[in-house]
Design a protein around this ligand. Structure first.
Ligand code: AMP
Length: 568
């Protein structure tokens, strides 16, 4: 298949904001897609492998910019200037490619999907000296033979910003509409979602959808694929928790750490964050513990990882260990300085048996059976099963005293629903005034902070997909000097630079990617920001590299918090 066909599809999908139309267009395309070209499914969401694979394209805008200038015979400064004006590197590549065509009349339009994937997949393999020039070569080769439309989407794919407004639900609906009709379609849509939540591999889901509903139904969990984790809803009170969970419920400590999925098959262990990022390399200590303390040939375990001070053995808040998720060097030192403990709380597969539909109580019992608890290495979550409000209250207070965030209340009879925010687990925590927000803009600092970004625009999620609403500006909570666990201006600047979309004077707009947990004193109504609200005295608490964009605070939560605050 030619890449031009995919580029035209992207363009059509981008051309409409209507979800139904997007689904229709995609459905037509999928009907014609052959099994041979099934890896196009990854490209549809801007990826080259299924989710959970640690190999990502990872090209900075700077390298992409260089490749664009090289492949079009333009200077870097010209490309930079166009980029600042247009604000979309993809469109810049398209524009330049159009101009080039008139003068050089190269043979374009022959780029195959295979060739594109081949080159893109070589990118994450390159390491060490000379990497950048090799990467440039691979990208320039593609761009030089691309049509203007191809250049646009290739560039956007490279920098991880496809901007066509496609959600996984659109893909699910399109698959259902392409291969099923009538009553079967609605049923298929659900089955496709279930299968995807278990496998996280769109190419396989495409093949199975084509084969028929019974093939989707047969999908079972696999230890070499991460599943999407089940998400928690809020409990308004302990009474509310009982109402939603039933007469008896399980209350567990809500640990202040980060989520980790542990996939084990014999001696092979894979670790994933809730964003399905593979973090096995960063946690050799956990791999060891899993091999030693989990008595099962194969399993998929859901857990929270918490850090403790190696000297005092006191548990520490998430921010202290957050750097362990990202850092890929000096791992041995970090393992010693920032040790972690696994708090296992659920199991969805054990010795090849799929437990997703078994009741939580049963899964939890099994978990306790197969884990050899060892303090500061791995233990199961502290748990209380009760039908009494007063007992839960005592347990909650104990959790807070032990420096944890509160409780998670669980329905004892419920199955595990991957990827869903269903009411089978509810979080009960003190109303801390904090939001998870994404940085969408920045400003250059002056004086001591010259050369760094020193002020950051924060946004929450809007009502529509890809809509981010500004809610304030923050400069506090970030350090000038290195200090373990705290983010510095230098580091944040480094992370944001490759994400710049547009620049005006000293203000910049950046691609929404970096998520920060922000505390604040009060929410006010405001006309200064697009959300209609502003945070008073916001302070960056910690970066949340483990959270996906889809889980940041949305405008509804902001409104609720504003109303709640007025009531008090
Ligand atoms: P939140 O991130 O505020 O939505 O709270 C839900 C998160 O709490 C989960 O995604 C887990 O990462 C975390 N958590 C901590 N302890 C537990 C537990 N015992 N059971 C389930 N989730 C837990």
């Amino acid at each position: 298949m030619l890449y031009q066909e995919l580029a035209e599809l992207y363009s059509q999908i981008e051309g409409t904001t209507k979800r139904l139309e997007k689904t229709e267009i995609l459905s037509k395309f999928l009907k014609k897609l052959s099994d041979e070209d099934k890896d196009v499914m990854y490209l549809l969401i801007g990826k080259i492998y299924p989710e959970g694979n640690e190999k990502e394209i990872g090209i900075s805008t700077q390298i992409a910019l260089k490749a664009i200038s090289k492949s079009n015979g333009a200077t870097d400064s010209k490309v930079l200037e166009m980029w600042k004006k247009i604000g979309d590197l993809g469109k810049v590549a398209e524009e330049l490619s159009k101009q080039k065509k008139q003068t050089t009349l190269k043979l374009v339009g022959k780029l195959t999907i295979q060739k594109v994937l081949e080159n893109l997949r070589k990118l994450p393999e390159l390491q060490g000296k000379g990497t950048i020039s090799l990467k440039l070569l691979l990208i320039t080769e593609l761009l030089a033979s691309a049509s203007p439309l191809e250049a646009k989407y290739l560039t956007r794919t490279l920098i991880g910003d496809l901007r066509i407004g496609i959600k996984s639900s659109t893909i699910r609906e399109a698959l259902a509409s392409a291969f099923f009709s009538g009553d079967a379609r609605k049923q298929a849509s659900e089955k496709i979602q279930n299968a995807y939540d278990k496998l996280s591999d769109l190419a396989i889901i495409f093949e199975l959808s084509k084969k028929g509903i019974e093939h989707l139904e047969k999908v079972s969990l696999k230890t070499d694929k991460p599943i999407k984790v089940m998400l928690a809803q809020k409990a308004l009170s302990i009474e509310d928790g009982f109402e939603k969970c039933g007469e008896y419920l399980a209350a567990e400590y809500k640990y202040d750490g980060f989520r980790m999925l542990i996939n084990k098959k014999n001696d092979s262990v894979d670790l994933y964050t809730r964003r399905l990022e593979n973090v096995t390399k960063q946690f050799p200590d956990i791999v060891e513990v899993v091999k030693k303390n989990i008595k099962a040939k194969s399993c998929i375990i859901d857990s929270e990882i918490i850090g403790y001070n190696p000297k005092t053995k006191k548990y520490m808040p998430f921010q202290a260990i957050s750097q362990r998720i990202r850092r890929k060097y000096e791992i041995d030192r970090l393992v010693k300085e920032l040790p972690v403990e696994v708090k296992a709380f659920d199991i969805v597969l054990c010795n090849d048996e799929d437990l997703i539909n078994s009741p939580f109580e049963q899964r939890s019992k099994l978990l306790k059976k197969i884990i050899k608890s060892e303090k500061y290495k791995i233990t199961t979550a502290d748990q209380l099963i009760t039908n009494k409000v007063s007992k839960v209250r005592e347990f909650y207070e104990k959790a807070i005293k032990d420096n944890q965030e509160g409780l998670i209340l669980k329905n004892l009879n419920a199955p595990y629903k991957p990827g869903s925010r269903v009411g089978y687990m509810l979080k009960l925590k003190e109303e801390l005034r904090d939001f998870d927000l994404v940085i969408t803009g920045a400003e250059y600092g002056t004086g001591k902070r010259a050369g760094w970004f020193s002020s950051f625009i924060l946004s929450c999620m809007g009502n529509k997909k890809d809509e981010y609403l500004e809610i304030g500006k923050v400069g506090t909570g970030i350090n000038e000097k290195e200090d373990e666990g705290k983010i510095t201006f230098k580091e944040l600047t480094k992370q944001l630079k490759p994400l710049i979309i547009a620049e005006k004077g000293t203000s910049l707009q950046v691609k929404p990617k970096i998520i920060v947990a922000v505390t604040y004193q009060e929410i006010q109504k405001s006309t200064n920001y697009s959300s209609g609200y502003a945070l008073r005295f916001p302070r960056v608490n910690v970066l949340r590299p483990d959270k996906p964009l889809s889980e940041i605070t949305d405008i509804k939560e902001v409104e609720d918090a504003y109303k709640g605050q007025k009531k008090k």
